[in-house]
Unconditional design. Sequence first.
Length: 429
Amino acid sequence: MNKNPFYNQNELSDEGGGNLDTPFGNVERQNQELSRKIKYLKNSELAMLNILEDVRELEKSLKEERDRDQAIISSIGEGLIVIDRDYKIALMNERAKELLGVSFEEAMGQNAKDIIKMYRGEEILPDKERPVEIMFKTGEPVKVILEDNFYYQTISKKKFPIILTTAPLWGRGLIGAVVVFQDITEEKALSDSRNNFISVASHQLRTPLTSIRWYAEMLINGDGGKLNKNQNEFTNQIYSAALKLNETVNLLLAISRLEGKKMEMKLAETNLEFFVKDIIKGLKPLIKYKKIKVNVLFDKNLPKKINVDASILNQIFTNLLSNSINYTDDRGQIEITIRKEDNNIVWSIRDDGIGVPDDQKSMIFNKFFRANNAVAKIPNGTGLGLTLVKALLERLGGKVGFESPIGWINKKGIEEKKGTMFWFTTPIA
């Protein structure tokens, strides 16, 4: 037996391993713990280096993306401004600085309304009508086109016509707006010159055309003596051509005024029955020449007079009725109905003419569009009439539409589907 007072059987256990509870064991345990910590720190250091490397790569990528975006923004030919919900300017590109005559440092954080004044023509635009304000309310992009007649005025009082698009900037909700605008001084000058030319030329044509139309009408009515068959046919051709040219002149004048925002509303009391009959009387020679039957129906509840711009209404009604006459065959029929519905007058003109092809109905109000069957029947045409009708009705606060084909009862009492019915509404002012 070992007489060593320090002897402990457990010291020789565990395959000769020492007891960790001894002083030597404590040192061993501390060494192991220290090794683990050193290893952990090395792993942490390696992980941190990896993270730092990832951060550097991310910063490099973000910088490249920022530089690329900045290069794109700087190269845009239009002015670009980014503003927040308080209208404070957060970003401008080089073109915007050039057009507005301010540096980014001067504009940064400033209210865009203080940097840019907006006008419609000669009148300053109320805040509630600013495109950005409308966009903030609706959350939808807003476009301003040449015909809107908008202008920017800079701090230096420089004023120039613009077109623009403003789009929402989303973050946690609607946080701002991106405004892209363009100086259209040259385009505006060209448009004004074109409109002025059309207006002057059309006015110069009106007087001789009126004379040709009147004299042709007098000859047709026998005021200059009885015409033989050939003379009557030639005179009707002259009258028809003068009528078409007169319609084109009126069309060009109306479009010129609409595009130039020069068409002012001149409301006046108008007797509906007299108004309709006067237009039909003006088209009587063509109706008579084609032997078309025209029937007019007035609703019993219809007011005798309405407050309306008679000149605009005349263009709308004459255009639609002329179309019905032109695209209805000889000995055809036209039915005109005017009735009251709520606070509107509903006008309808239905004919048993050529109708509108199904595959072309969606384009009927497009500028310069003419349906294939319309071109086949009358090759010469501008394709602007229905476009003008729609624009004029929007000016009046009304609507327009059509149905084709529609039902007609023939002489045998059988319903036939043919022709077209155009309808439009005008508010009772």
